[in-house]
Every structure is written in structure tokens, then in C-alpha cells.
Design a protein around this ligand. Sequence first.
Ligand SMILES: NC(=O)c1ccc[n+]([C@@H]2O[C@H](COP(=O)([O-])OP(=O)(O)OC[C@H]3O[C@@H](n4cnc5c(N)ncnc54)[C@H](OP(=O)(O)O)[C@@H]3O)[C@@H](O)[C@H]2O)c1
Length: 332
Amino acid sequence: MKSRQLGPLTTSTLGLGCMGMSHGYSPDGNESGAMATLARAVELGVTLFDTAEVYGPYTNEVLVGKGLKAYRDKVMIATKFGFKVDPTKTSGGAIAGTDGRPENVIAVAEASLKRLGTDVIDLYYQHRVDPNVPIEETVGAMADLVRQGKVRAIGLSEASAATIRRAHAVHPIAALQSEYSLWTRDPEENGVLDTCRELGIGFVPFSPLGRGMLTGALKNLNGLAADDFRRSLPRFQQENFEANLELVTLLEGMARDKGVEPGQLALAWVLAQGDFIVPIPGTTKIANLEKNVAAADITLSADELARLGDLLSPAKVAGARYPEQMTKMANR
Ligand SMILES: NC(=O)c1ccc[n+]([C@@H]2O[C@H](COP(=O)([O-])OP(=O)(O)OC[C@H]3O[C@@H](n4cnc5c(N)ncnc54)[C@H](OP(=O)(O)O)[C@@H]3O)[C@@H](O)[C@H]2O)c1
């Protein structure tokens, strides 16, 4: 696979989002399946793996560390701190606010290193900006970890353009991770993509497959378990879901004409938005991983890009990407 830059880090064009192996979308608890998917990703040339303290909580880092142990020198592990974690709950319920205090930055890094079974975190992100702690203090502690050799590079997730600038003035930010896909264009509209391009910061789109919706694999909500995180999202409420499904049908038509899968079109569109962009589609399955990785080789003409962009333009998508409380946590 070709490589791209996230600031100073050289990575495969696409990474692998590991959250779904233990968190969010009713994980099946199939550890050996997850291990096999991680190993296949390495075989296919994927070098960026994404996890977080809160996924599980805690268990996803252990799984990812175990699955990548044999390949540690070939891959980069990105993890995240920044939520107050409720260990008695799972999935979105484990998020009990934000904690960007320097002592938490340090404590979580130490704990993540142990759970991952490694001596360095390649990319350490703040998961959400804490409105009660100046970003300079949080990033100052992250920079201390870089100086100590415990972290190679630092990133932010869902930070605003203004916060990115303040953070970057304290220590170079390698990557900014936010939701970005055919049906979520916020980073185009709020200046985040432009800021990253200008400052030489890599941009890592999360949920680039629209949490599975853009693959066409999700035809009704019945298949989602009662605790599936998507059930809490406005776009996955019955009426909105049905309206969005119609847009996906159009995407499926375009994919058929081109002889590819709808999810591959969605990924190729994201990849075409800039060479500083490294999406991290999430999957638990080898067959889906192989399709997603193959999307890195799809070329779209200017006309195809424009048609795709129009197919799922923001005005056509029904429902917000997050419920109100989670929206408030983003883009601070
Ligand atoms: N920074 C943040 O706040 C934040 C938030 C959310 C996610 N993330 C990160 O971003 C990563 C990716 O986002 P995501 O997992 O939310 O959403 P996503 O990548 O848009 O979609 C993942 C969903 O799509 C399905 N899928 C993947 N490839 C498929 C294919 N080729 N055909 C059919 N279905 C397919 C997966 O199911 P299967 O497992 O069945 O393939 C899963 O349900 C996460 O794993 C996590 O690391 C970060």
C-alpha cells in the first residue's frame, strides 16, 4: 500500500479503526476473529491502528496490544485519553465527561502503555477538548511525554480550528481526528480541514463509512442489538434512517456502474479530498477489511467526485450525526 504523512509520521494510506472489536457496535467478543483481522491488516500493509482508553472501556487497548505484539516494530498504535471513564458502563455509557488535566494526561499514558504492552505510544490523541482546562496545559503535558520518549507524536480529536492553532503553538500537532465522510462534512465547513492543510497537520477521518451505513450492508434497524451505540444517534432513528437509506440506494447504483462496492466509493471519495488525509475505517471482519484496503487503489474522476459529493450533500442527510449532549463535546 502507498504511504501518506501525518505530520512527521509516515503511515499506510488507510489505517484500521479497532473500536468495533470491543465497543460501540455490539461487539461479538470473538477475540480470535479480532486477532486474525489485525494480522491480516498487517499483511495487507496497514500500519496505523486506532484505539482509545475509553473503548471497552480499557479492553480494546489490551486486545490491540495483544494482536499487534508480533508486529510491533512494523506498525503504529494510536490511542486516546481525555474522557472521564465510568468503568461500570460499556459503550457510550462509559463516557462521564472530559478530563484534560495534565495529571490525567500522564496517568492515562502510563496505564495505556501497560495495557498495550508497549514502551511507546506512536500517536497520543486528546479524545475531546476539556472546556475546563486550557488547551496549552493539556498539550504541555502531552509534550512532556514526547520529551520522555513515552509518546512519539501527539494529536487532537474533534477540536476546533482555533484550538488546533493554540495547541500547535505549544507543540507540533501531528494529526487531527474528526468525523468526516460523504454524509458528514463538518470539517470542510468549520475550517478544520483548511487549518490542518495550512499547518501541515495530518487529518484522520473517523467513521468514514458512516458507521457502516455507507457500505449498504445496513438495510434495517432490527439487526442492531439493543445496546448498539448507533441506536442513540439521530441519523439512525427510524424516520431519518429510512430517508438516509434512499440516499444509500443512489450510492449503491453508482457503485454498481463502476463495478465497486458502495463502501469503497465512500472511502475513495474521502481519500481524494487531500493527500494529508488518512481514514481509519473500522471493521471486525477480514472480508470487509480486504474490500476497504482495496479502496485505496480506486481512482475517481472529477465528475465522479462531484456526483458523489452531491449525492449525499449535507442538506440531503436526515438527522444530526450526534445527539445534542455529544455535539456539545465536539469542536471546542
Ligand atoms: N475520535 C473519535 O471520537 C472516534 C469516534 C468514533 C470512531 N473512532 C475511530 O474510528 C474508527 C472507524 O469508525 P467507526 O468504526 O465508528 O465507523 P466506520 O468505519 O464508518 O464503520 C464501521 C462499521 O462498518 C462496518 N463495515 C466496515 N467495513 C465494511 C464493509 N466493507 N462492508 C460492510 N460493512 C463494513 C463495520 O462492521 P463489521 O465489523 O461487521 O465490518 C462497522 O459496523 C473506529 O474504529 C475508531 O477507532 C473515533
